[in-house]
Ligand binder design. Structure first.
Ligand SMILES: [Fe+2]
Ligand SMILES: [Fe+2]
Length: 342
């Protein structure tokens, strides 16, 4: 038996547990075995938003002058001169808003996953083992949505999260789960990889607020399975794609990676205004200069490795990765720390 994950609540307090190469081990299994392991892991180790988080514990509360909201070094905004020069209480308020906006956007993307995921499931034949595992995944997402939303309600209910124009497109994007599952799985990765990356870096850097740390640790533990499955699904099904689909998905994948990264990591207009952040701060932090480019590139090193392996990132499609600003070196193994891969 390959041990995929053992995220018992006690272990999740140890940030070292996040570095285990859980989902990478899937690559050594055949597909049916991998699905079986994933399903068993989800059956044995899963979390419930209102059972596994002690929401009302004293250390989980937010006093108004709580300095733990000051943005961690892993957030590029924390280094911008605008943020650095703010008075302490504004740094706390902006940090609280920013960290909650990331969480809220995560929950919106997970709702998209439910929308498209149920359509994907309806296209599966009886006895297809993908059904059981993916249903486990959707069940886990419902708890992620609950915990992200509860966190948002408590920490900063004023946030908006995802840009409005993109939210309006979600019902349409959900149809792709049934129409073009391969593109839909790329979209899943565009949502899951940036959130996972941010949460890992936050915990590797020592964490932020204990409530957010707890939520991130639970999320990362289950997300490792989800990301592992999306990679395994693409590896299994990419060889069956015809040439037109291969070209289409090869070109559209970097486009959806860019859209996903920007929607999740860049403050939306509504949140930027609420934080009192000048537009040029967003431009300088997330769109211009080598640091912003590296930050975005690093999010998708695992996706690039997967698409290299399945032959969808080729000489014919790399221009799109470059044009979207998500090209770069591929990771050597899943969840390789970014500093080591460049
Ligand atoms: Fe999730
Ligand atoms: Fe997920």
């Amino acid at each position: 038996m390959v041990s995929l994950i053992d995220p018992t609540p006690r272990r999740l307090h140890m940030t070292t547990s996040i570095d285990r190469p859980i989902d990478g081990s899937l690559d050594r299994l055949d597909y049916a075995e991998a699905l079986q392991h994933l399903s068993e892991a989800s059956t044995d180790h899963h979390f419930e938003a209102f059972k596994d988080i002690d929401w009302d514990a004293p250390e989980m509360q937010f006093p108004p002058d709580d300095e733990r909201w000051i943005l961690p070094a892993s957030d590029p905004l924390s280094r911008h001169p605008w943020y650095v020069s703010l008075p302490r209480e504004r740094q706390i308020a902006v940090g609280r808003h920013r960290l909650t906006a990331l969480t809220k956007t995560g929950s919106q993307f997970e709702q998209l996953l439910l929308l498209g995921g149920t359509q994907f499931l309806m296209g599966l034949d009886n006895r297809n083992p993908e059904f059981r595992y993916f249903m486990h995944e959707l069940t886990e997402e419902t708890h992620h949505i609950q915990m992200f939303q509860e966190f948002t309600n408590r920490a900063c209910p004023e946030v908006s999260g995802c840009p409005r124009w993109l939210l309006r497109l979600f019902p349409v994007v959900g149809h792709l789960g049934g129409l073009t599952p391969a593109l839909f799985f790329a979209i899943i990765l565009a949502g899951e990889e940036p959130i996972d990356h941010v949460q890992k870096n936050q915990l590797r850097g020592g964490g932020v607020h204990p409530l957010l740390d707890r939520i991130c640790a639970i999320h990362m533990a289950e997300e490792a399975r989800h990301i592992g499955f999306a990679h395994a699904w693409l590896r299994e099904h990419a060889p069956q794609l015809g040439p037109v689909s291969r070209s289409m998905i090869g070109v559209l994948t970097p486009v959806v990676m860019r859209i996903g990264a920007d929607a999740i990591l860049v403050p939306s207009r509504a949140d930027r205004k609420m934080m009192g952040m000048p537009r040029k701060v967003v431009r300088e932090t997330f769109h211009r200069g080598p640091e912003a480019a590296k930050f975005r590139r690093d999010l998708f090193a695992d996706v690039r490795a997967c698409f290299d392996d399945i032959g969808l990132r080729t000489r014919g499609t790399r221009w799109a990765w470059r044009a979207m600003g998500v090209d770069g070196r591929s990771s050597r193994f899943r969840a390789e720390p970014a500093a080591a891969s460049h």
